[in-house]
Write a protein that binds this ligand. Sequence first.
Ligand SMILES: Cc1ncc(COP(=O)(O)O)c(C=O)c1O
Length: 451
Amino acid sequence: MASLSSFIGCSCPSGVFRAPINGGKVRACLSVDVQGPSSTKLQTGKLGCSSEEVIESERKLFVGTYARAPVVFSSGKGCKLYDLEGREYLDMAAGIAVNALGHGDPDWLQAVTEQANTVTHVSNLFHSIPQVELAKRLVAKSFADRVFFTNSGTEANEAAIKFARKFQRFSHPDAKESPPFEFIAFSNCFHGRTMGALALTSKEHYRAPFEPVMPGVTFLPYGDIEAAKNLILKGKIAAVFVEPIQGEGGIFSATKEFLLSLRNACDEAGTLLVFDEIQCGLGRSGHLWAHEAYGVYPDIMTLAKPLAGGLPVGAVLVTERIAAAINYGDHGSTFAGSPLVCNAAVAVVDKISDPEFLLSVSRKGEYMKNLLKRKLGENPHVKEVRGQGLIIGIELDVSASPLVDACRNSGLLILTAGQGNVVRLVPPLIITEQELEHAANVLLDCIPVLG
Ligand SMILES: Cc1ncc(COP(=O)(O)O)c(C=O)c1O
């Protein structure tokens, strides 16, 4: 088998490059200790390969699905990431709202290493304790009675689609025509990339090359109470999928009236209400679940991104009546809910669900929004600063890409959202006010690139 070094074309003889996880000394592949990233003096030559070499090799090897920024990250600590050349970045992207505890959280690390030392994977043919421990917590801390684990967000939504279809079949045993099987989703929504979740994702650009996707999905304007009520009450809808706060779509929050009217119409029609909290859930909004701020509860909630602090996981939380419709063999996954991933997730859930932690997210979110309004509000390109907790959007009247690039070149990682005109800030939830202030200052310094 070819070694890593031959793949990425670097001169490292062993092919082993160990990145630091603590910002301390780096043990390079030539066994030469060099200064860690915090010194920003790391010599790429000593590591045997440069960022350019890695990127060039990747270009030849990978299926071209990603337009990646030209950075190779080699380590992280807290809210900081370090590239191969030792440059330091403040991470306000958190691996797209994943690294809620930042990089290398000690409790998370302990949970992972202890479990890896014990047992990593057993498959879902057998029982394991971390899976049960995680399920206990998710059930105790939510509206739900039962949990189904997946490996990602799109798989969680895929499972929710199947559960909704099965629930409707189960609830209409004598139906002469087919039971309700259609779905409603909303403008600017994002529910994933697999064929079912993709069918529920509003961006035409993502769906068009793969048509026909799952039929029977109607997209309605996010927030349009009348349109949703009218369609739900026609009785053909199996489930309504909605993000209480839209992430990819541009950081739009639902109103209480909208979610409540969906809840009432769904109850009247026997339709299921699914909240996709894959991006906005688990503390990001300052509430454990974003829907708690509205006092409106779903039948199904999907989770993923931050749940295992960077390891791949997803979860579908359901009420008992939905679980009752699902039988052995209706759905499954080889990897989902492994002991390793679930033990990591237990550490994450325990930390984030602490009321003090959640309060700190709310406070830091308000602090950052006020700071951004004060520092950037006068800029003619800034239309709005919005969001809840630490999911914050800065809507511009132009593309946000030049600003994202300029910030990255200045050591700040941020994301776009919406039609590319929204700056999305989804930092680790452990970020400090000082770090937020630094991020706001870099944004202020860089915003002139917008012209
Ligand atoms: C709200 C929402 N749902 C679903 C997904 C899909 O999750 P994944 O990328 O883990 O498949 C995402 C990912 O960005 C998301 O933000």
